[in-house]
Ligand binder design. Structure first.
Ligand SMILES: Cc1cc2nc3c(=O)[nH]c(=O)nc-3n(C[C@H](O)[C@H](O)[C@H](O)COP(=O)(O)OP(=O)(O)OC[C@H]3O[C@@H](n4cnc5c(N)ncnc54)[C@H](O)[C@@H]3O)c2cc1C
Length: 398
């Protein structure tokens, strides 16, 4: 049967667009569909790690994103009460990578850059306002049911990649459990042009500030500080984004309210991993496959790593006649690091920031002091946080 494309990628978020761009760079014919009229103006992820920048460099996307973002070689862990700062400098792994920093750049820049480029490439079809509503497998491919321009139609492909986010339709087609839990507390994310660095001394561009009462993340992007704090899950979203709540958050940070904000959003935060990432010719990646809290900046990055790994396996199947085992290997490799690193590390990061017993926070701080004081342990920590270690571990899984 004649297919519309070799791979149908569902979702033009950061994960779907990088996976589609990687597949296209390997000469595969790709259709990328997105339910919305444009890539979301999404302010969730702002950190791109070094291991991901190396991938983006291979598809000529690192340099334009670096021009749009801020290089953050140093990230700090601060105790909000004592003021003690433990700072890690990624320049220490500059022998390993041409990108020894975290790039602070909002995720929508990546999705827009790549989807615009893909739309101009021969053999690549990018369709906005095109929503996947179902799919089934045939003997030699997959048939996707989509709604586009008020009409139902079918797209036939050899494989479907679901990069359609937390509420993934493709995951529902896989009919797999999404095991894990949801935190009781919500997260409030606020952006402000206010110069917090003038009031809070010694900030870096990335600051994790622990406190049993109210932990805090302060992240710099080119035009704003992004402030992330936990919030009472019992309060309504309206209460949490209210001026009163913003005033009380900023009073605790800079000593007064009335601070100008450019956006306020509430997130529910989950730790979940799909039991299966693959069924036959259908696979899921990114938030469609796993969710984690944002402490450490691993969600989008690990989703991009999923897509990179999967693109390689699809190329082997479509161009080198590899069998179903290639996709099974993708699933084993990416599930293993999702569980052993992404899930474990983010749960640990959350506990270390606060709302845990103060002994837990104290023990974590002591562990960080020890790691920081030992050059070998510090290097290992930097390789882990910049996500080289999880890629190495995945490669070792046969
Ligand atoms: C406050 C916060 C901060 C974060 N910070 C970081 C960070 O610094 N670094 C990091 O790595 N991660 C971070 N994350 C996580 C990161 O935002 C997500 O992991 C990332 O957005 C996942 O990308 P994705 O492409 O898989 O999914 P999404 O970004 O959700 O994109 C999915 C796309 O699929 C489309 N879609 C959905 N259903 C359909 C359908 N049926 N048909 C067609 N299209 C469809 C959607 O419209 C959307 O465009 C953060 C998260 C939060 C909440």
């Amino acid at each position: 049967m004649k297919k519309n494309c070799e791979v149908l990628v569902v979702g033009a978020g950061p994960v779907g667009t990088t996976c589609a761009a990687r597949l296209a760079s390997m000469g595969l014919s790709v259709t990328l569909i997105e339910a919305e009229a444009d890539c979301a103006h999404d302010l969730r992820a702002s950190t791109i790690h070094a291991a991901t920048l190396e991938m983006l460099h291979e598809i000529d996307a690192a340099v334009p994103l670096i021009e749009l973002g801020l290089k953050a070689p140093v990230y700090q862990m601060r105790d909000r009460r004592s003021g003690e700062i433990i700072a890690f400098d990624l320049n220490e792994i500059a022998d390993m990578t041409p990108f020894p920093y975290r790039l602070q750049c909002e995720q929508y820049h990546m999705a827009r850059l790549l989807s615009n480029r893909l739309a101009q490439m021969d053999g690549i079809d990018v369709r906005f306002d095109c929503r996947l509503v179902g799919a089934h497998q045939t003997a030699d491919g997959v048939v996707a049911e989509v709604e586009e321009g008020g009409q139902r139609r079918q797209i036939e492909a050899r494989f479907i990649v679901g990069a359609d986010g937390a509420r993934s339709t493709v995951r529902k087609v896989l009919d797999t459990d999404f095991d894990g839990f949801t935190y009781e507390e919500k997260f409030v994310s606020i952006s402000t042009p206010y110069p917090i660095e003038d009031v809070v001394p010694d900030l870096d561009y990335v600051n994790y500030i622990s406190d049993p009462e109210e932990w805090l993340v302060l992240l710099r992007v080119p035009r704003f500080w992004r402030v992330l704090v936990p919030a009472d899950g019992a309060k309504t979203d309206e209460e949490l984004v209210s001026d009163d709540n913003a005033d009380s958050i900023f009073t605790r940070i800079v000593g007064h309210g009335g601070v100008e904000t450019s956006h306020r959003t509430i997130y529910k935060v989950h730790q979940r991993v799909a039991r299966r990432f693959v069924d036959g010719r259908i696979a899921i990646i990114g938030d469609a496959a796993h969710l984690n809290n944002p402490l450490g900046g691993f969600g989008m990055n690990s989703g991009i790593h999923d897509g990179w790994n999967l693109a390689d396996k699809l190329w082997q199947v479509l161009r080198k006649d590899a069998g179903a085992e290639a996709l099974a290997l993708f699933e084993r490799q990416r599930q293993a690091v999702t569980r052993s690193f992404i899930q474990a590390q983010t749960i640990e990061n959350m506990a270390a920031m606060g709302k845990a017993e103060s002994e837990v926070i104290a023990a974590k701080r002591e562990q960080m002091r020890r790691i920081h004081a030992d050059p070998q342990a510090r290097r290992q920590h930097l390789l882990r946080q910049s996500m080289f270690e999880s890629l190495r571990q995945a490669q070792e899984i046969a």
